[in-house]
Design a protein around this ligand. Structure first.
Ligand SMILES: CC(C)(COP(=O)(O)OP(=O)(O)OC[C@H]1O[C@@H](n2cnc3c(N)ncnc32)[C@H](O)[C@@H]1OP(=O)(O)O)[C@@H](O)C(=O)NCCC(=O)NCCS
Length: 341
């Protein structure tokens, strides 16, 4: 089988380019379904488009095309992600071969193509992910080991069933613990007046949350980058809910949490980052901002049935907060890394 690797763009509305982008995305979804079943987290085409337009990261998409039954078909789909503002030695790779075309060297061919481009861009640390349902496996692990990657971090995918929620877990713990802080909620993403403080919190998110053996370094965040991220979320067709804790003494934001919900299918909400600044921990602020956000989600989108989050296995404090609310593990996600290209 002769395989060609061609670039894909989701931003060109011309019929041929749009058809290739659709076929490419279909392979990404099919490979995810093969490992995760219908309860998967593959990005929608709208999200892929919004990510490709991002200015913080370069997202380059590729298809491996081969003749199958007399017609050209996409047999593998791939993405190369390069951070542009920070972590400039890093490249994230995603290689997905359609299940019926595996073990013929196509994955290796695509991997080699991505890594050559990453090296040309000066990247020396490569990271890739695998994911599987609880008690499952992912063929990607054997593949990545063969390519010289080592396991760097294990994340647990934890789901909260909103239809079976212990409402007391959502009662904000006001009173003595959170006295001195005010919880504020926005049902439409990060508010303009929060941006400066939120940029500081987002920088701390990149240094204060556990990264296992991954060589991730501090990210450079400012108000403009957060504005751009807000735009990416909107263009992805997602709504974002955000709650923050304001320290009454200083007037500064000291904690935040964010949920995103695809508007096309608002039954599943994604719990994004949560952070309490170190010096303000121990006051129940993590639970308080999460409770306020979940209450807003239930009010605004009562059709939401599940909230999904990923937590580093070693992140005991976050897992304890989530377990108390009612989150349960449904899948595993593992980060793999290869240093010096
Ligand atoms: C992982 C994946 C890309 C491999 O694609 P592929 O075309 O089958 O890979 P190759 O044929 O190039 O395999 C090269 C080598 O990797 C290893 N490998 C591949 N699949 C494997 C598996 N299921 N179990 C163990 N080792 C495996 C083998 O050493 C293989 O060589 P061999 O076939 O001579 O034994 C494909 O299974 C896939 O799309 N999985 C889902 C997405 C994913 O997990 N991607 C990896 C993260 S980027």
């Amino acid at each position: 089988m002769t395989v060609r690797i061609v670039p894909v763009t989701t931003l060109d509305p011309a019929p041929d380019a749009a058809a290739l982008a659709q076929a490419w995305n279909d392979v990404l979804v099919a490979t995810t379904v093969a490992t995760m079943g219908d309860d998967h987290d593959a990005w929608s085409l709208a999200s892929r488009r919004a990510r490709e337009a991002s200015t913080s990261w370069s997202h380059r998409y590729f298809a491996a095309v081969a003749e199958v039954d007399g017609a050209d078909r996409v047999v593998a789909a791939a993405e190369l992600m390069l951070p542009l503002h920070d972590n400039e030695e890093l490249a994230l790779l995603d290689v997905c071969v359609a299940p019926e075309h595996r073990r013929r060297g196509i994955g290796t061919l695509v991997h080699d193509h991505l890594t050559a481009l990453a090296r040309e861009a000066g990247r020396t640390t490569f990271v890739a992910e695998t994911a599987y349902l609880k008690d499952g496996t992912d063929p990607g692990e054997g593949f990545l080991e063969r390519q010289g990657f080592a396991l760097a971090q294990t994340m647990l995918r934890n789901d909260l069933d909103l239809t079976d929620l212990d409402r007391t877990a959502l009662t904000p713990r006001n009173g003595s613990a959170t006295a001195g802080y005010v919880i504020e909620t926005s049902t439409d993403d990060t508010l303009d007046e929060w941006l400066e403080d939120r940029a500081h919190l987002q920088r701390r998110m990149s240094t204060d949350s556990p990264v296992g053996d991954l060589e991730f370094h501090e990210e450079g965040w400012d108000a403009d980058r957060l504005r751009a991220q807000r735009e990416t979320t909107r263009q992805s067709g997602r709504r974002a809910f955000e709650s923050v804790a304001r320290h009454s003494g200083s007037g500064r934001l000291v904690a935040f949490t964010q949920l995103q919900v695809p508007t096309a299918e608002p039954v599943l909400a994604y719990q994004q980052d949560t952070l309490v600044l170190r010096e303000h921990r121990g006051h129940g602020l993590g639970a308080a901002v999460k409770a306020a956000n979940l209450a807003a989600l239930r009010r605004e989108l009562p059709q939401a049935r599940t909230v999904r989050t990923w937590n580093a296995q070693e992140n005991g404090p976050m897992i304890l907060v989530n377990e108390a609310i009612g989150f349960r593990t449904t899948a595993t996600l593992r980060e793999w890394q290869r240093r010096r290209g």
